[in-house]
Design a binder for this molecule. Structure first.
Ligand SMILES: Cc1cc2nc3c(=O)[nH]c(=O)nc-3n(C[C@H](O)[C@H](O)[C@H](O)COP(=O)(O)OP(=O)(O)OC[C@H]3O[C@@H](n4cnc5c(N)ncnc54)[C@H](O)[C@@H]3O)c2cc1C
Ligand code: FES
Ligand code: FES
Length: 1341
């Protein structure tokens, strides 16, 4: 067979790769060998969707093209031989015109930082193309449905938008969407007819807008085989099982697979990171015997290399005997995400589960359905039933190949009923999260002639992923149930037996929760049969519970946005600057800057000990791994420099650990290698020898820090002031709650772009540093200090940042500094792009804290005094932590506490330093306030909403608590927002229906909660520069960084408005002629940092002042022209001004006056949730927010900020666990264990209203900040969950049984709901033993 070169197409362009390491991924190739940069690296493990592309395959026999989405971070380059790849810029771009998908993403304001956007566009494109293709092949589904459109992005993560606008952009392509339901966009305005709206949407024509397969590849495929030259590629593509057997036989005769790797989709490396270098890869996906799907009466046979997506299609096909198959198919749709299912094979899953104990869903399903697998080893065929297969010796240690799977048909007889149900409890209901446990149950039932009860004739009960070694059958329970007539007592005995069988291994988290889930699932399966006395294959779950995967799409949001033309174009919902370019992936982030020749790459070696001497840093066998050029430590810092990695207003921190490491996660060294992959691998292989003798014990808790007086000083400026006399307030109280303890955990930023820097050495000891930072000026300063050179030698440039949220202020500095140090030392360009795990370990996140409070209150719910003791865990460095006490108190003061006193300590511990994460301290302060209010309402047995209202400030008390920041009485809009939301959210009526719902449902409880927020923001001095160029175009520089918050767009609008003041012809349409430039610290000095929500406003004011200067300079020229002409155009004016040498560049430095530097933001949010008492899952049914934006500078941008912040807040309150181990090393490492919200975990209905409150002379065009405050509103979800749990506990306690309480996991209604309120936590509070208790109660009433 002739051997070939590796040839494929990317966006229609031919690529021929003459040799390559077979472990090279498609992403590595695209990013380093092509100009296509829309494929982003964010997680590198198949869990985020930033890197996905469309893969098209041509079948020469059928003359058909098949196309689907795949991830490029795990797909191996050699596996795409002969394929065509389309990236987002391949769909459309600046040059050939944007694709309608790009245009609609821009128009629906669905891109903020833009890092996730190309991947989102590809997901949507893939759904459109699937819909189009199924239209030609099937009769029924003719177009994309709204549900499919929404689900298309279920595997994609976005940290900025909150998904709602993305869902709208996607649904705008759906055939069944009511266009009026789509959210706010720039295409039409409310009130236009449906026809008009349709006309205004960028048109989509599948025949034109779907990509075509390149002809040159078709020709190649028609005349050549898919066989690569082994000597150049080390990639073998057998086309029969016999050939595969021959290859295996000649390798390592008699032994194992050695350095051979069988591969299909290679998605397994997303979980089991590749540590080994293989000599050869055998791509088994082209073997026809292993790729077939055969169906007959006896069942379905599926080749091992068939992708999960194709398995689902086959199982879901119409067929009368397909009941069990369909159920399996539906469950499999929740395995991973669409792009992993499109490339991952069923065999790969089964092998990982069997040989490496991967927590597979598929093995559990197949075990319940009594499937068998067929294998071959050295020509010997073997068939094993799933149960036998799972306990056989690991096949990965041998040359065994899994050939196919057989699932038998299950058909009920005329007198029996066949039941099959599957379960999984995961943080994300429709996929993209491994389950805490999964289960699949099959039962054959019939009616007992005498009792008329339902008898179990046969059952198979399978459980998996719970922390056992593999999926198992609960045989004792099966045996117990077989032949029994179902009753409460039988079920009770069955679940008791089950608890002895589901035994998670010691290292498994939440073992009791997992057991209780197993019990709950079995209960859900059998209990409806007992209750209804009949069976039905389309059976209902308990309480008529609906499977979340078949829920209708999100309800569209009824945002109300007020646009104002007063300061045109300021105040209008202008599309974000560069949004289409972000969607096509052409927007350039630091890692997209083309690498210079000889560019090196760095990766950090970090400490894993909290306090130890570093004896030695090296590599195993003392041999530097492949590609390593240097290992840089503190010893490499120049003599005139300092070992400094960051500076903030509170001091500095080390760049490298010196002789002693002082926290786990501290940078010990930077490995510099020829590629990022080699640098990362080397850092992984590094061996650090520690010595912990006689060095003392690290401080790892706030309690210990207090005991050892390990505290940071808080400068007086940042001391919050107490209010009133607390002893007096306590004396006035009717009741008191004393010394309640609360704990709040941390949160990780999860920006989609991790920390990145590119440093280029320049002449005369100078450096140009491209950094993904929110603080370029400080970065410049710290690099200069570290290298011992003047600051003017360091030019730090930042164009845009792929999400920051505060994490790229202080925490970007060590990355940039280490990179600059390496570049300076090696005199070569150096790039560092942190992998997700290192980023998570090093960046620290939000401040955990311990709170103890005592509160006094009257019987009517009015608080009279509050006393707090707060211990903040700041970690090892001060960072920005000393601002926390003030921030906490600023938001906590939102209620009138009567009198308030506190003792706040900022504790220094041997943990990574915590830093500012969106609303640092404010979100905790606001939450602490809610927790206290909840507690006292519960102790008074009062409606908490009433207690909140009673304690809302009057203007007088607001002044008492906020002094001059309270502003004028009419600025205090909170009571107005509170009342408005009551009406717009229909709060009262819904609160009543929640009560009714709770009465009617046993296993689901709802809660509704309304929460106010007050958030203080501070303006900062900011420079700006506006230059008018000779052709009339305008270049603008601001100190703020575009992190996705829409700063550039607002500034662009402000410049258009400011220059428009000249009022000549064309000056009202300047928007398009204004370009924002990247921030350059040598061009724009004193640029400070981007933080605190007011950067956009500050930058706007700075450029407005510039424009004022320019307009004044232009006026004489204009008047001169007007002396001889009736009108003057902008171009004419500028030409003339140039001719007259008018200075058309202005720089200003905006310094807010102390009287107007601070102001208060107000908002109210209400959320309704439903808690599933079996799993502990909380579904957010609806959230409503009203937020006072002053006079919004751009309502579309502000709306995006509000929604995005709220959803990030949901993450903090409900999902994201960011924890450390006993050494203080971060436990979570990536997308597998850190779960930010996804499209399926945001509110099902999400209504946001912007209140355009009145004119304010001291605020910038009367605007207000929107970046951080709305995050606080997400506490409403947590409070509503608490309310639902309270109902569950009341019900639990009402189940009194007569046999004596021998097991009680709930003894009263009172409780604290931890943050985050993840499923195990919620379930535990609802009663881990609720099923047993209920059955006991039913059995022995
Ligand atoms: C982000 C992500 C999320 C996921 N979520 C889930 C989930 O929720 N539930 C779930 O069940 N699974 C989940 N998975 C696992 C997924 O199903 C598997 O990764 C996939 O099925 C593996 O198939 P593959 O073709 O990519 O295997 P590969 O990665 O190509 O191979 C995996 C291993 O099996 C060996 N191998 C493959 N085929 C054979 C064969 N026929 N004979 C012998 N050895 C073979 C390979 O040598 C390799 O060691 C997830 C995976 C990812 C990446
Ligand atoms: S980078 Fe590939 S899926 Fe996240
Ligand atoms: S816009 Fe989605 S991650 Fe920033």
């Amino acid at each position: 067979m002739a051997c070939e070169d590796l040839v494929f197409a990317v966006n229609g362009e031919k690529f021929e790769v003459l040799s390559v390491n077979p472990s090279t991924t498609l992403l590595e190739f695209l990013r380093s060998n092509t100009c296509f940069k829309s494929v982003k690296l964010s997680c590198g493990e198949g869990g985020c969707g930033a890197c996905i592309v469309i893969l098209s395959k041509y079948d020469p026999v059928l003359d058909q093209v098949e196309e689907y989405s795949i991830n490029s971070c795990l797909t191996l380059l050699c596996s795409i031989n002969g394929c065509s790849i389309t990236t987002s810029e391949g769909l459309g771009n600046t040059e050939k015109g944007f694709h309608p998908i790009h245009k609609r993403f821009a128009g629906f304001h669905a891109s903020q930082c833009g890092f996730c956007t190309p991947g989102m566009c590809i997901s949507l494109y893939s759904a459109l193309s699937n819909a189009h293709n199924s239209k030609s092949s099937q009769s029924s589904p003719d177009c994309l449905t709204a549900l499919a459109a929404e689900k298309s992005i279920a595997g994609n993560l976005c940290r900025c938008t909150g998904y709602r606008p993305i869902a709208d952009a996607c649904k705008s392509f759906a055939a069944d969407v009511d266009i009026e339901d789509l959210g706010f966009n720039s295409f039409w305005r409310k009130g236009e007819s449906r026809e008009e709206m349709f006309k205004k949407l960028p048109p989509y024509n599948p025949d034109k807008d779907l990509v075509t397969f390149p002809d040159f590849l078709k020709e190649k495929i028609k005349c050549q085989h898919n066989v690569l030259d082994q000597t150049r590629y080390h990639w073998i593509t057998p086309v029969s099982v016999a050939e595969l057997q021959e290859i295996l036989a000649t390798t390592n005769p008699g032994g194992d697979r050695g350095l051979l790797k069988l591969v299909v989709g290679n998605t397994g490396t997303g979980y089991y990171k590749e540590e080994k270098q293989y000599a050869r890869y055998i791509d088994i996906s082209h073997i026809p015997e292993m790729s077939m799907i055969k169906k007959d009466d006896r069942g379905i046979e599926i080749g091992a290399v068939v992708t999960i997506s194709k398995v689902i299609d086959a199982l879901m096909e119409e067929n009368s005997s397909a009941y069990v198959f369909k159920k399996i198919g539906v469950h499999m749709e929740k395995v991973a995400n669409h792009f992993i299912r499109n490339s991952g094979s069923i065999g790969g899953n089964l092998v990982m589960a069997q040989s490496k104990n991967f927590p597979s869903d598929i093995t559990t399903l197949l075990l319940a359905a009594d499937a068998s697998v067929y294998m071959i080893n050295a020509g010997r065929h073997e068939k094993l039933r799933m149960g036998e297969y799972l306990v056989a010796p690991p096949i990965l240690d041998t040359k065994t190949v899994l050939l196919k799977v057989h699932i038998p048909s299950w058909i009920a007889s005329s007198t029996t009923g066949l039941l099959f149900e599957t379960y999984r409890a995961a943080l994300r209901p429709i996929g993209s999260a491994l389950p805490y446990i999964n289960a699949a149950f099959l039962a054959v039932v019939s009616r007992d002639a005498s009792s008329r009860g339902i008898i179990v004739d046969k059952c198979r009960l399978a459980f998996g992923s719970y922390g056992g070694y593999h999926s198992i059958r609960a045989r004792e329970v099966e045996d117990f149930l077989t032949g029994k007539i179902l009753s409460h007592s039988v079920l009770y005995e069955a679940v008791r037996l089950l608890k002895g069988i589901i035994v998670p291994s010691i290292e498994t988290s939440y073992p009791e929760y997992k057991k209780s889930l197993a019990v709950g699932f079995l209960f859900d399966f059998l209990y409806p049969l007992i209750e209804s006395g009949c069976w039905d294959s389309e059976r209902k779950h308990i309480d008529g519970h609906v499977d979340p995967t078949i829920c209708p799409p999100l309800l569209s949001s009824a945002q109300q946005v007020f646009e104002s033309k007063k300061y045109h174009p300021v105040g209008e919902a202008i599309i974000k600057f560069g949004a289409e370019m972000q969607a096509s992936g052409e927007a350039v982030y630091v890692d997209d800057i083309p690498s210079l020749p000889h560019c090196l790459h760095g990766a950090f070696i970090y400490s894993t000990k909290p306090l130890a001497r570093i004896k030695k840093v090296g590599f195993g066998g003392n041999v530097a791994p492949l590609g390593v050029l240097a290992v840089i430590t503190f010893k490499d810092i120049p003599q005139l420099g300092q070992n400094v990695g960051y500076i903030s207003m509170f001091g500095t921190g080390l760049l490298f650990a010196d002789e002693v490491t002082i926290y786990a996660g501290q940078i010990i060294a930077l490995v510099v290698a020829d590629t990022q992959k080699h640098a990362d691998m080397a850092a992984n292989l590094a061996v650090v020898e520690y010595d912990s003798k006689n060095i003392g014990t690290p401080v790892l808790s706030v309690e210990d820090a207090v005991k050892r007086s390990s505290l940071f000083e808080v400068p007086p400026k940042y001391h919050p002031e107490p209010v009133g006399d607390v002893s007096k307030g306590m004396a006035e109280a009717d009741r008191k709650i004393r010394s309640v303890e609360l704990r709040l955990g941390s949160q990780y930023f999860f920006y989609m772009e991790t920390q990145t820097t590119l440093a280029l050495p320049d002449e005369d000891n100078c450096l140009v540093v491209y950094s993904s930072t929110q603080a370029p000026e400080y970065t410049q300063s710290v690099i200069a200090t570290c290298l011992g050179i003047p600051e003017h030698n360091v030019r730090v440039i930042t164009r845009r940042v792929g999400g920051g949220f505060g994490g790229k202020a202080i925490k970007s500095m060590p990355v940039a500094t280490a990179c600059a140090l390496a570049a300076q030392k090696l005199q070569r360009p150096v790039k560092i792009y942190l992998n997700r795990k290192t980023d998570m370990i090093m960046t620290g996140g939000r401040h955990p804290m311990k709170i103890t409070y005592s509160v006094g209150f009257r019987c009517d719910g009015k608080v009279t005094a509050l006393e707090l003791c707060i211990l903040i865990d700041a970690g090892i460095d001060a960072d920005v932590s000393p601002i926390l006490p003030l921030n906490i108190m600023n938001s906590l003061r939102k209620y009138d506490w009567g009198a308030l006193s506190f003792d706040i300590k900022v504790c220094k511990t041997n943990l990574p330093s915590r830093t500012s994460l969106r609303a640092p301290g404010e979100v905790q302060g606001s939450y602490i306030a809610e927790s206290i209010i909840e507690n006292l309402a519960s102790s008074l047995n009062m409606d908490v909403d009433v207690v909140r209202r009673i304690n809302l400030h009057t203007y007088e008390s607001l002044r008492k608590f906020y002094k001059q920041d309270a502003g004028e009485p009419d600025e205090y809009t909170l009571p107005l927002l509170w009342d408005k939301l009551e009406i717009s959210a229909d709060f009262r009526r819904r609160a009543e229906s929640v009560k009714e719902f709770n009465l009617c449902n046993v296993w689901r409880k709802r809660g509704i909660s309304r929460v106010p927020i007050i958030h203080l923001v501070v303006h900062r001095p900011t420079p700006g520069k506006v230059s008018i160029l000779s052709d009339g175009s305008v270049a603008v520089e601001v100190a703020g960084i575009e992190v996705g918050q829409g700063l550039w767009t607002k500034v662009q609008q402000m410049v258009a408005y400011g220059l428009g003041m000249i009022k000549c012809d064309g000056s009202e349409d300047l928007l398009e002629r204004i370009r924002l430039l990247q921030t350059d610290t040598l061009s724009m000095s004193q640029s400070s940092y981007t933080a605190g929500s007011t950067t956009s406003e500050n930058c706007c004011e700075a450029v407005r002042l510039c424009c004022g200067i320019l307009v004044e300079r232009l006026k004489p020229t204009m008047n001169q022209i007007l002396e001889n002409a009736r009108s003057v155009t902008w171009d004419m004016l500028i030409q003339q001004a140039y001719a007259q040498s008018v200075d058309l560049s202005a720089r200003t430095f905006y310094k807010p006056e102390s009287s107007s530097a601070e102001y208060l933001n107000y908002g109210v949010g209400a959320s309704e949730v439903e808690v599933d008492l079996v799993t502990g899952r909380t579904e957010i049914i609806r959230s409503d927010i009203i937020y006072d934006c002053g006079k919004s500078l751009n309502p579309a941008v502000d709306l995006g900020q509000i929604e995005g912040a709220f959803v990030q807040g949901i993450g903090f309150f409900m999902y994201e666990e960011y924890t450390t181990d006993e050494n203080g090393l971060v436990n979570e490492e990536g997308t597998w264990d850190y779960k930010i919200p996804t499209i399926d975990t945001i509110p099902k209905q999400f209504n946001v209203q912007i209140l355009n409150s009145g004119h304010h002379k001291n605020r910038i065009l009367s605007s207000k900040a929107s970046g951080e405050p709305p995050l606080l509103v997400a506490a409403s979800v947590h409070c509503a969950t608490r309310s639902a749990i309270r109902e569950a506990r009341k019900q639990y306690l009402s189940w009194n049984c007569s046999d004596g309480d021998h097991r009680r996991d709930i003894s009263d209604i009172g409780f604290e709901l931890p943050v985050p309120a993840i499923m195990p936590v919620v379930k535990q509070l609802c009663g881990l033993e609720s099923v047993e208790k209920y059955l006991e109660w039913k059995t022995y009433p």
